[in-house]
Design a binder for this molecule. Structure first.
Ligand code: C5P
Length: 297
């Protein structure tokens, strides 16, 4: 079989709303979340390479030593899962140019895994159906199914594998404030469930119209991880306050952190933000489309 290759920008995500519901007997928690892709993404290239398996990661965000061994990398595991399920490819070489901070609640690693699945499906002589691809994605983690779809905006529940895909909202400026620490996801889930105790989730009524405008989305915004994480890391609350003060219509933790993002209706004043934010800032926008896979050869 000839060597084939594909490439895509693995756009990261923010969670505009995130609720942690019941803990299953497996230890995993049911979630309810509103995902939006952002323009910031890693560049992921996959080459089918008979008899070989490799992963190369480069770029600023990869130098922090936070990447771990290749076999544990979610992008590698995505390729292995695809090959095990379909028999294609017989080998792979994955190349990731890291631009998304690692361990930051932006789904960078999950977006890379989603990108690998999409690329392999674009190269495969017998592609999987969208439902089959989602089943593979769901086994890799709660953010991977959304980051495998072609939709930039979706309400997801269960373990992230059940989704209502939504028409994208108009693009907005997003500021990502990056505290210098990462937060362990299992630990953050533990903090939330300790705080929730046996509290029954509050009733929630979402009007379909609310998901069609930024005003509606702002009304249901929030993240159950924010309070327990901010209790242990006061900088989180401070960054959220600064972003709100700078005009963000939504300012909150993304995923289990540690990134605090702000969504702005008008371009934010970068000089003023840099003077008041006690964390590095990255400027991006919400995405209105998911970048298509480019088949290279
Ligand atoms: O999905 P991911 O592999 O990133 O999850 C890491 C850990 O976070 C899991 O091992 C589990 O402890 C916790 N988790 C959870 N409920 C979810 C997702 C993750 O409790 N829906």
């Amino acid at each position: 079989m000839t060597t084939r290759a594909g490439r895509v920008i693995a756009q990261a995500k923010i969670n505009l709303m995130l609720r942690v519901l019941a803990r299953e007997s497996s230890g995993y928690h049911q979630l309810e979340t509103l995902f939006a892709r952002i323009d910031l993404g890693d560049v992921v290239t996959v080459k089918t390479a008979p008899g070989q398996r490799s992963l190369r990661c480069e770029g600023l965000a990869a130098t922090a030593g936070a990447m771990g061994p290749p076999e544990r990398n979610l992008a590698w595991r995505a390729a292995e899962a695809y090959a095990a399920a379909t028999g294609f490819p017989s080998g792979f070489a994955i190349d990731i140019e890291k631009r998304v901070p690692v361990g930051a609640g932006l789904g960078g690693g999950s977006a890379d895994a989603g990108a690998v699945l999409r690329i392999l499906n674009a190269l495969s002589p017998a592609p999987l159906s969208p439902a089959e691809l989602l089943a593979l994605a769901g086994a890799l983690g709660s953010d991977v199914p959304f980051l495998t779809t072609e939709s930039p905006f979706a309400l997801a529940w269960g373990r992230g594998e059940r989704m209502l895909v939504l028409a994208p909202l108009a693009a907005r400026d997003v500021v990502l404030a990056l505290p210098g620490f990462s937060i362990s996801t299992p630990e953050a889930f533990r903090w939330v469930s300790e705080g929730l105790g046996w509290r029954v989730a509050q009733p929630l009524l979402i009007e379909a119209d609310a998901l069609g405008s930024w005003a509606g989305v702002s009304a249901i915004a929030g993240n159950d991880f924010e309070q327990p994480v901010a209790m242990r890391h006061p900088l989180i609350a401070e960054l959220s306050t600064v972003l709100t003060g700078a005009g963000a219509r939504i300012a909150q933790l993304s995923g289990s952190g540690s990134t605090v993002f702000g969504v702005f209706d008008a371009p934010p004043d970068r000089l003023a933000l840099e003077a008041s934010l006690r964390a590095p800032a990255v400027y991006t926008r919400t995405a209105t489309r998911v970048v298509a896979v480019e088949v290279l050869e």
